[in-house]
Design a protein around this ligand. Structure first.
Ligand code: EPZ
Length: 417
């Protein structure tokens, strides 16, 4: 099993440039199905989730390959409408192909998506949105088949601002020339990046980044070029690892405006944070204090994906930090592993209370999901002695070169495959 060997206790120091956003490139790769033409996406991270999406597009009969700093897709040759079970199981965001394939072909067959073990990950909001647009959905031998002779405009009111359901609704609605309004929509930066791609492709999209998005499809461009926004959670990973080790980092090629809640929490801990045009400089040289209570929630509230990462930075911060995880049901899987390093954490329901300790000791730990894996690496970097972090296949889903980036910041970390 792939694992990282880390000798901690060294403050990170230096500069690092951030990859393109995983949670932006995946829905845009699905949206490319709509155009029936060519899409070039720049600044794509080389991660297994993108590889999996290329294989789904290939299975559907499209041309899809890595090219230069991103991917080249031509969906003019598309013939299929079934997403194979093995590919659905590998990738939670495979469900994002639902709206695109349905709008393009009038049919889509898929099995419930896989993904990280951070909660049941239902797709009822996705299916409700498709039905509002005129589709039917039936179960068939463990798969779901959606059909729509013709999609029509609708008002879709989401019970929860689900990122994936918002994206599926946007993409399907862009395949219809009538007006669709999505209320209580997600407002994450990745939603705006998808909206920007859809506008370039020929759709009319307004209100992205607010709770109400209006979409009307149009004649699609036969060639679209798009550059992915920086990954805000990878940025948070480098900042948290630097805070955990009491170091100093300059993160380049990022969007400070996408990280308001994260930067605010790190400042509350006593980190000195300076932001510039595409850069964040963080200095955690002095002893850190607890940021108090951290409640996760839909953007622009504190991102659930950064919860494990900030927790790693709080393990040796003076005082008690209370994390309240309101988005996913099972997102404290990293806690028992951090306790093996000597962390003082108690979990009750959706709350985890972290009391700062003076030292952490290296240990053998194993990750169960993507961001928990990155958090265990950050914790190991702040521990004295050697740690082994297993479950690196989760890391490969979303991080392009994290080990390389941390070594550039002076970390003693190496990967054993
Ligand atoms: C996206 O997942 C991200 N993944 C997640 O990032 C991120 O944690 C999440 O949004 C929240 O920001 C991608 O974009 C590929 P949701 P998604 O639908 O769309 C419930 C990472 O680490 N829900 O906003 O699956 C759901 O159970 C990953 O990069 C329903 O009840 O998240 C959860 O409690 C992890 N019914 C809540 O909504 C539905 O139909 C938020 O889920 C859909 C969701």
């Amino acid at each position: 099993m792939s694992r990282m060997i880390i000798n901690g206790g060294v403050p990170l120091s230096g500069s690092v440039t951030v990859q393109g956003a995983k949670n932006s490139v995946l829905p845009i790769m699905a949206a490319a199905v709509l155009t029936g033409g060519k899409t070039v996406i720049h600044n794509c991270p080389r991660i297994s989730d993108v590889e999996c999406s290329l294989r789904i597009l290939d299975h559907l009969g499209c041309v899809a390959r890595w090219e230069g700093d991103g991917v080249y897709i031509d969906t003019g040759t598309m013939t299929g409408s079934t997403i194979p079970d093995d590919l659905m199981g590998d990738l939670r965001s495979s469900v994002i192909f639902m709206g695109a394939v349905l709008a393009r072909t009038g049919r889509v067959r898929f099995s419930p998506p896989g993904g990280c073990e951070i909660g049941p990950r239902p797709i009822d909001l996705h299916l409700e949105a498709m039905k509002r647009l005129g589709a039917s959905a039936v179960s068939d031998k463990g798969s779901i088949i959606c059909r729509a002779d013709r999609l029509h405009g609708a008002v879709i009111e989401l019970r929860f601002p689900s990122v994936g359901a918002t994206e599926n609704a946007m993409i399907a609605a862009a395949g219809c020339c009538e007006l669709t309004v999505i209320k209580n929509a997600a407002a994450e930066p990745e939603i705006s990046d998808l909206a920007e791609y859809l506008r370039k492709a020929g759709a009319s999209v307004t209100g992205d980044g607010t709770g109400t998005i209006e979409i009307r499809g149009g004649r699609f461009e036969k060639s679209v070029v798009h550059e992915i926004i920086p990954d805000r959670i990878v940025t948070a990973t480098y900042l948290a690892a630097t805070a955990a080790t009491g170091g100093h980092v300059r993160v380049e090629g990022t969007r400070p405006d996408h990280l308001g809640a994260v930067l605010e929490a790190l400042s509350r801990m006593g980190c000195e944070v300076e932001t510039g045009n595409g850069t964040i400089v963080l200095d955690a040289g002095r002893g850190l204090v607890s940021p108090g209570v951290v409640v996760t929630g839909p953007y622009p509230r504190f991102p659930t994906d950064a919860q494990p990462l900030l927790m790693a930075a709080c393990l040796k911060a003076r005082g008690e930090t209370v994390f309240e995880e309101t988005v996913f049901e099972n997102r404290f899987r990293h806690v028992p592993e951090m306790i093996r390093m000597g962390a003082d954490i108690s979990v009750k329901g959706h709350r985890a209370a972290v009391r700062g300790v003076n030292t952490l000791r290296g240990a053998e730990v194993s990750a169960g999901e993507l961001r928990g894996c990155a958090a265990l690496i950050a914790a190991a970097l702040s521990a004295d002695g050697e740690s082994t972090v297993g479950g690196i296949k989760y890391l490969d889903r979303g991080y392009d070169g994290l080990c390389r980036g941390l070594r550039a910041l002076g970390a003693d970390i190496r990967r054993i495959d």
